[in-house]
Design a protein around this ligand. Sequence first.
Ligand SMILES: [Zn+2]
Length: 241
Amino acid sequence: MWGSIYRFDGQASVFAPSMDPDAPCYRCLYPEPPPPGMVPSCAEGGVLGVLCASIGSIQVNEAIKLLTGIGDPLVGKLMIYDALEMEYRKLKVRKDPACALCGDHPTVTGLIDYETFCGAISEDAADAAAGSTISVVQLEHMLKERSEGTRDFVLVDVREPNEYEINRIPGSVLIPKGEFLNGNALGELPSDKPIVLHCKSGVRSAEALAVLKGAGYADAVHVGGGVVAWVNQIDPSQPSY
Ligand SMILES: [Zn+2]
């Protein structure tokens, strides 16, 4: 009994190859995991809270049907829920003969660590961050020098405004990651000062860093561990999330 939610939409289905040899599996529907760096964080993508209940109810309903043997389960069918239009649609999903898992010549025979895989940063971001990552301890030192007038740089927080409301590194300015991806941020940044980027944990700032490096900001760096590390190691008086 599978369900997924994202922003204002939800999906549900039942994958039960054991019940029907012609039933599709999850990989027949979604053959490839998303590439690293493409999965938005909850803060960026977000989800309407009540969707958990809407889609969860469908999953429970399907479980009860299977356990009691009544009704027609969502095997080979994909339920799509649009909360904004308040609309349900049902699509047929067929078994893919070339499926990497349940097809005629399977190539996927074991599990990988999807949490690590899907949360991983893109190759560009990893390249940009290599040798251009500072610690929160280094940042604290740099901020001290900046306040004493012996150093100058711009500290940019690439999180979303609602995250900035919760906690922040003092002296940072907020320019969300999306502004880097669409190019608007480049016009707001000085080209004659070093740029230091940070986010919540260091994933989004690495993606933004790749954009900056690509635009010629060779000495830009980002903060490993982000504001989470700042609160843990430097300023535990701030709330975490
Ligand atoms: Zn399959």
